[in-house]
Design a binder for this molecule. Structure first.
Ligand SMILES: [Zn+2]
Length: 439
């Protein structure tokens, strides 16, 4: 049988079924989709590929899903560090954004982040930022999958002047882009403390009508919860529940402030959590009790958050921190195993985005979003367990090849849809602009 591509790999970790590690297997791809996964000796008899890739020192995993970021903030990496959330946001990030963010900033910042993400094995990112129309164009241009946040605030920003204007722009963009095969969309009200009840009610109605997910920062810090309690008599989570937002279509990002009762309550709503451990650590926001959330049956996905609070878009690093932090926070070395960390970075992200029929594992019928990691480096020898090497030892520079929907975006470490020289030049222009005027 003729097919587009056959990838022979030393190891394949499909994520579904869970805990399986195949050795000397091949992944068969045709028309952008996975058609088979079988022992290589059988694959070479059964299929005549138009292209064949032999990766005999490599492990194949599903493309990593960065389930929360603000991609264009790549241009703000290192602009304000070592500060708590509210000081960092109100005195540094928001003023810089108000002054500098425009369509060109979002184009150049998003490109920089897309290059970094592809080189680190990320094949899908869940974005929340201004000018989602530009983010969409850049994702399509470079062949990466993206879930666009149709962002909403109460107050004016460079993208819109009031809550209704954000909603209208989001609805128009959804109408324009809903048939793009690499794109999906969520309503993205920024946070409970920046969006009031009326726009939340409205966007819930639209989300129900259009079958869209909702993506929001929730319970990021103790201060957020205490201030809202004082102001409204409810925790942000209670308020969102009263408004009807907490459903299986809801992604709560961060959730560092949760007691046992809130974990039980949130599990019952069917909502998802997007855990961003590096951002939470850097801003000293607190710890999401991930082990307890997983035990309660909550689907926990993983994200980097924007590069101004992380400062990288490295999902291998994020998996490692997620696994280590969960053990430290729970006092249990079995909490968040290497397999669970990989699930959080793949299939759990797909579930949170409502895309688990399409991506998140290497299963026949799903899109060929595939990452190869070269374990031949001395730093990852010997390989008793390729999964443990990926989560606890490998560096993102060992990501050798990346395919999205069967299209190769990284070929032996070379980007196929972005030019590094051009990215460096554009980053330098913005650096000069921002540094020249912030003094
Ligand atoms: Zn964020």
């Amino acid at each position: 049988m003729q097919v587009d591509l056959l990838i022979q790999a030393r190891w394949i970790i499909p994520v579904e079924p869970v805990s399986v590690i195949h050795e000397n297997h091949s992944l068969v791809v045709d028309d952008g989709k996975i058609v088979d996964l079988l022992p290589t000796v059988q694959a070479v008899e059964r299929y005549q590929p138009r292209h064949q890739e032999i990766l005999d020192q490599h492990v194949l995993i599903p493309g990593l899903i960065n389930c929360h970021t603000h991609a264009a903030m790549a241009l703000l990496s290192g602009i304000a560090d070592d500060l708590p959330l509210m000081d960092w946001l109100q005195n540094h990030i928001w003023p810089a954004e108000q002054k500098w963010v425009n369509a060109a900033f979002v184009r150049d910042g998003t490109d920089l982040a897309i290059a970094e993400m592809i080189r680190g094995g990320t094949t899908c990112f869940n974005d929340m930022y201004f000018f989602p129309d530009v983010v969409a164009q850049q994702a399509i241009a470079h062949g990466i999958r993206a879930n666009l946040g149709l962002i909403v605030f109460d107050f004016p920003t460079v993208w819109a002047e009031n809550a209704d204007a954000y909603l209208n722009k989001g609805l128009a963009l959804h109408e324009q882009l809903r048939h793009e095969h690499l794109l999906s969309m969520s309503f993205s009200p920024h946070a409970p403390y920046t969006v009031s009840d009326q726009p939340l009610r409205k966007l819930l109605t639209f989300a129900d009508e259009l079958d869209l997910t909702i993506h929001m920062h929730v319970h990021e810090t103790r201060v957020e919860v205490d201030e809202q309690l004082e102001k409204t008599g409810q925790t942000p989570l209670q308020r969102l529940h009263t408004l009807g937002l907490l459903t299986p279509s809801f992604m709560a990002v961060h959730m560092t402030q949760l007691d046992d009762e809130q974990i039980r309550f949130y599990a019952e709503t069917g909502g998802h959590i997007v855990h961003c451990p590096e951002s939470n650590l850097k801003l000293a926001s607190g710890f999401c009790p991930v082990a307890a959330c997983l035990d309660a049956g909550i689907n926990v996905a993983l994200g980097t958050d924007g590069a101004a609070s992380n400062n990288d878009q490295d999902m291998l690093g994020e998996m490692r921190v997620a696994a280590l932090l969960a053990k430290g926070v729970s006092g249990n070395a079995s909490a968040v195993s290497a397999m669970q960390a990989l699930q959080m970075a793949t299939i759990n992200g797909a579930k949170a985005l409502g895309l688990d029929e399409k991506i998140g594992s290497l299963r026949a019928g799903k899109a060929a979003d595939v990452v190869a990691i070269d374990l031949s480096d001395v730093e990852t020898q010997p390989v008793f367990n390729p999964l443990a090497q990926i989560v606890y030892a490998a560096n993102r520079h060992q990501v050798s090849d990346v395919w999205v929907a069967g299209k190769r975006l990284l070929n032996k470490r070379q980007l196929t849809t972005l030019d590094l020289q051009d990215l460096r030049r554009r980053a330098a222009v913005w650096q000069q602009r921002l540094a020249g005027n912030s003094a």
